[in-house]
Design a protein around this ligand. Structure first.
Ligand SMILES: Nc1nc2c(ncn2[C@@H]2O[C@H](COP(=O)(O)OP(=O)(O)OP(=O)(O)O)[C@@H](O)[C@H]2O)c(=O)[nH]1
Length: 521
């Protein structure tokens, strides 16, 4: 008969709830990627600030150089005017004096390239002498602002007027003028030097300030004199409402600002500086966009590189984590297989020691247990008991009901025998065929007889019909023996033999009873 082996179901793979190593690895990779990008962003932002700061310094320096240039340019013209005033006040405006002065005017014009013209006017605004022309045209300039200024202001200092178009050349000019007096201090006229705006323009054009950059030279009241890029309609325009004038240049001598133009919407870095000697100021503006163009290109390149690196790191990290995860899953699978094998082994072990029909211990397990308990009883000098049970008239039962019914009957009897075990050390086993045994450690003969009797009665109470039995029911006979084994005198087989003899006695005495080795024969 083949014994079916039930293989224990493979335990479900434990869910990988927390895998700290993959979690840590993921956090690490994310941290590395975020750090890399953060460092790159920080570096770029820092480079941008440095670029802006350096441009601010360069723009300030340029404003300083241009204000110095304007100062020097006007100073040279003004120095000529101071000399002329002195000559006019000493020599007067007679024809001989004017003739000499005319020659001097021509000389100065030749010397100073910024000068467009030099002129002398009398107290009515009439042109007395002029460096450009020979005979003086009968032109009256009393309508010019510089004339009205000097006539009404007794001050001897220079006056720089708003830009005007030259009546002699038609070019845009800036006027520098000084008044000269009669001996009594009354207004005698003025000397006028005109400076070509084009002179400044050419100078300003020599600087690289980008396409959207600009340079202004303005009077302190906000009137624009020179502008780069040059736009005719802006010359003479009043800037007093422009934020750079209103909020900055009108309030401090020097400074910088970043602001967006209302005109073209371009954001600019602006540096301004007032001239030291004359009431003018210079403004230099650089487009922030142009200033940062190189930085931007560099930043895009770096960010692109950093992103590629981050992507590569991320992919590598992901692959690594994937590998770790696979390895952990494999380890986990291995553990599951190990556990399955362990369970299977335990099951096989159980099968090897268990009787498949009755579920009781099999003969092999009984032999092992008898050997062990026998030794223990010998050591501890305790009594070891054995109950041997045999079903009465079982052959007839099989003959009547068939072998399968016989099996079922044996199973029911086995359940009763199994239930008779009171202590953990007790062992119920199928000895062979329809013979069952109960091994009872630490039990004397009386105790074992009681156990056997209990089994017998319980089996009677099953009321399994057996027409061929003299009792009409399935019954059992039991033989019991118990003794304290003594070394060298006893062997386990003696216990079996004695119990078997008692069983034989029970059978002989009519069956359905318990006999012990102590019973008289
Ligand atoms: N159904 C079934 N029958 C078994 C099994 N093992 C043994 N037997 C039968 O049990 C019967 C034992 O018969 P016998 O040894 O003559 O004993 P008996 O008929 O019980 O008679 P007594 O023991 O003298 O009362 C035999 O017919 C065996 O075939 C089993 O596992 N299943």
């Amino acid at each position: 008969m083949t014994i079916p082996i039930a293989i224990a179901p493979r335990p479900a793979r434990p869910a990988l709830k927390s895998l700290p190593i993959t979690y840590l690895a993921t956090v690490f990779v994310v941290l590395v990627c975020v750090s890399l990008m953060s460092v790159e962003v920080w570096r770029s932002w820092n480079a941008r600030n440095i670029e802006l700061h350096e441009t601010e310094i360069a723009t300030s320096n340029l404003a300083r150089a241009l204000s110095q240039h304007a100062d020097d340019t006007i100073k040279e013209a003004d120095t000529v005017l101071v000399g002329l005033v002195e000559r006019l006040e000493v020599d007067g405006t007679g024809s001989a004096s004017l003739e000499r002065l005319h020659a001097l005017l021509i000389h100065h014009i030749a010397e100073l390239p910024q000068l467009n013209d030099l002129s002398i006017y009398d107290e009515t605004g009439l042109w007395l002498a002029n460096a450009r022309t020979g005979p003086v045209p009968l032109v009256n300039n009393s309508d010019r602002q510089y004339f009205r200024y000097h006539r009404s202001h007794p001050g001897r200092g220079p006056y720089i007027g708003p830009p005007v178009r030259s009546r002699s050349t038609g070019a845009w000019i800036v006027t520098v003028s000084r008044r000269y007096n009669h001996a009594d201090g009354s207004f005698a006229g003025l000397v006028l030097g005109t400076i070509n705006i084009d002179y400044f323009k050419k100078y300003y054009d020599s600087f690289d300030i980008g396409r959207a950059g600009s340079i202004f030279l303005s009077l302190n009241d906000g009137t624009m004199l020179v502008r780069r890029p040059m736009m005719d309609d802006t010359i003479g325009k009043n800037l007093s409402n422009y934020p750079i004038y209103r909020d900055y240049a009108s309030r401090s001598a020097v400074g910088t600002a970043i602001m967006k133009s209302d005109q073209d919407g371009i954001e600019r870095l602006i540096a301004y500086r007032h001239l030291q000697q004359y009431p003018l100021f210079v403004t230099v503006a650089r487009s922030k966009n142009e200033v940062l163009a190189e930085w931007r290109a560099d930043t895009y390149l770096h960010l692109f590189g950093a992103m590629l690196l981050t992507l590569a790191l991320g992919l590598l990290g992901w692959r690594l984590i994937h590998q770790i995860r696979l390895r952990l899953l494999a380890e986990n699978d291995l553990l599951c297989v190990q556990e399955s094998l362990r369970m299977l082994n335990r099951h096989l072990e159980q099968l090897a020691l268990q009787d498949s029909l009755t579920g009781l211990a099999n003969r092999r397990q009984f032999d092992n247990a008898l050997r062990d308990e026998f030794s223990r009883a010998m050591r501890t000098e305790n009594s070891l008991a054995l109950v041997m049970i045999d079903v009465d008239y079982f052959k007839q039962y099989n003959d009547i009901y068939g072998h399968l019914a016989g099996d079922e009957c044996l199973r029911q009897i086995s359940e009763i025998v199994k239930a008779s075990k009171n202590r953990p050390g007790d062992l119920a086993a199928r000895y062979g065929g329809e013979e069952l045994v109960v091994l009872l450690p630490d039990t004397n003969l009386a105790g074992a007889v009681a156990v056997a009797e209990k089994i017998r009665v319980a089996i009677c109470n099953l009321h399994i019909e057996h027409p061929s039995s003299t009792f009409g029911l399935v019954t059992v006979s039991a033989g019991v023996d118990a003794f304290v084994p003594v070394r060298d005198d006893n062997i386990p087989f003696e216990l079996i033999q004695a119990a078997d003899r008692a069983l034989y006695a029970a059978k002989s005495a009519g069956r359905n009873r318990v006999c012990s080795s102590a019973d008289p024969r």
